[in-house]
Design a protein around this ligand. Structure first.
Ligand code: DOR
Ligand code: ZN
Length: 403
């Protein structure tokens, strides 16, 4: 039998709500949400009562962009350590990029990854299918053999250089109701000018989206120019969405740490934060990219980010830039859940009880050695940030408890 849980005296935040109240979880679902009047909160069939005084309850977070390296590079991360890292960060749903070994180019790996993650049982995963077969950049014949449950296509890690291939993928997105996630990088500029690399490809992708009427999502937008192009496209009604990462809004290129796209200038950060305020950014996604120490020394790009995402966003967006928690919840839960097609992301009756209990005022010092992730690759060790994830619930079950 599943435990029924009551969380009382809690500040309830989601995209639509900011109120003090009481949440009852039954059979893994949110069964009622009410203001704190005892008469609404009383329920006999409760096994666990949690006093939420001074704390905040949000829908757990969903990450549209994660690398768990499984299969093939499990010395960096595997589905089990990745899942534990996710729930420690307050996440219970993640989209897994295809740059594993073998590459996720078909239903066999897709199903295997999904099944193994389900067995671990901490989070829901949605594997991405590569746009080009085995990320070879050359052919996409494998896309003719996809099952209906596939939701995302991406050559993340590399990007799609061929404009024809991008058009074809976007055409397919209409037919199969998929989203094409673009790692926008024009390789002809990768070794000389990473700003141009992102900007040219963002322009190309938006044009391809317009031409085809397909469904495009731009990953890890990091430049002022790219976010402006996206805002303009949205104003024109182009069917494009975008994500930004916690590290690109928290760190400038004065911090020397290799990640792709690279850390940018303060003015880029300012533009992205303005775009968030203007409603042009759809999601925060971590691009959690675990690497071993040796791989990092040899130049592997990426940051192990899923365990710090909430704290970085809370500190940078909410505390420093007055963005409200409801907007943060839209970016970290509501929109990504919607894109993944999940019955999660809001604290309303009937929604899956995937929730996170957080302290938003506590100051903590980041210690990468506490990561559940196999990889400690982060330039943020020792930084002071606000916020702490106290408890993560998946379908009403406590899957992370730090209380
Ligand atoms: O920094 C990055 N790391 N950017 C990417 O596009 C790929 C990722 C990885 O897979 O390590
Ligand atoms: Zn990428």
């Amino acid at each position: 039998m599943m435990e029924n849980i009551k969380i009382e005296n809690i500040r309830i935040i989601d995209k639509n709500t900011d109120k003090i109240g009481c949440v009852i979880i039954k059979d893994g679902k949110i069964s009622s949400v009410s203001a704190s009047d005892a008469q609404f909160c009383s329920d006999k069939d409760i096994q666990t009562v949690i006093d939420g005084k001074g704390k905040v309850l949000m829908p757990s977070f969903a990450d549209l962009h994660v690398h768990f390296r499984d299969p093939g590079f499990t010395y960096k991360e595997d589905l089990s350590t990745g899942s534990k890292a996710a729930v420690r960060g307050g996440y219970t749903s993640v989209v897994l990029m295809a740059n594993t070994n073998p590459v996720c180019s078909g239903m066999e790996i897709y199903n295997d990854v999904k099944r193994r993650a389900e067995k671990i049982g901490l989070i829901d995963v949605e594997p991405v299918i590569s746009v080009s077969e085995n990320l070879n950049g050359e052919n996409s014949g494998h896309l003719n053999e996809l099952s209906a449950e596939v939701k995302f296509l991406s050559d993340d890690g590399k990007g799609v250089m061929s404009s024809k291939m991008m058009e074809d993928a976007l055409e397919l997105s209409k037919k199969l109701n998929l989203v094409v996630m673009s790692h926008a990088e024009d390789h002809s500029f990768s070794s000389t000018d990473m700003r141009k690399a992102e900007n040219y490809m963002t322009l190309r992708d938006i044009y391809a989206c317009e031409q085809t009427g397909g469904r495009l999502h731009l990953c890890h937008v990091s430049t002022k120019e790219a976010i402006e192009m996206i805002a303009d496209a949205k104003k024109k009604g182009v069917n494009v969405t975008c994500e930004v990462t916690p590290h690109h809004i928290f760190l400038t290129d004065e911090v020397k740490y290799r990640v792709n796209p690279p850390l940018r200038k303060q003015e880029d950060i300012d533009s992205i934060i303005n775009a968030i305020k203007g409603g042009y950014v759809d999601a925060i996604a971590t691009d959690h990219a675990p690497h071993s120490e040796d791989d990092k020394k040899n130049g592997a790009p990426g940051i192990s980010g899923i365990e710090l995402s909430f704290q970085l966003c809370l500190t940078k967006l909410v505390k420093e830039n007055n963005i409200d928690l409801q907007s943060l919840s839209r970016l970290m839960s509501y929109f990504p859940c919607k894109m993944m097609g999940l019955n999660k992301g809001l604290i309303e009756e009937g929604y899956e009880a995937d929730l996170v209990l957080v302290d938003i005022d506590k100051k903590t010092k980041i210690d990468v050695n506490k990561f559940e992730s196999k990889s400690k690759n982060s330039p943020l060790d020792g930084y002071e940030v606000y916020g702490e994830v106290l408890m993560t619930f998946k379908s009403g079950k406590i899957v992370y408890n730090n209380v």
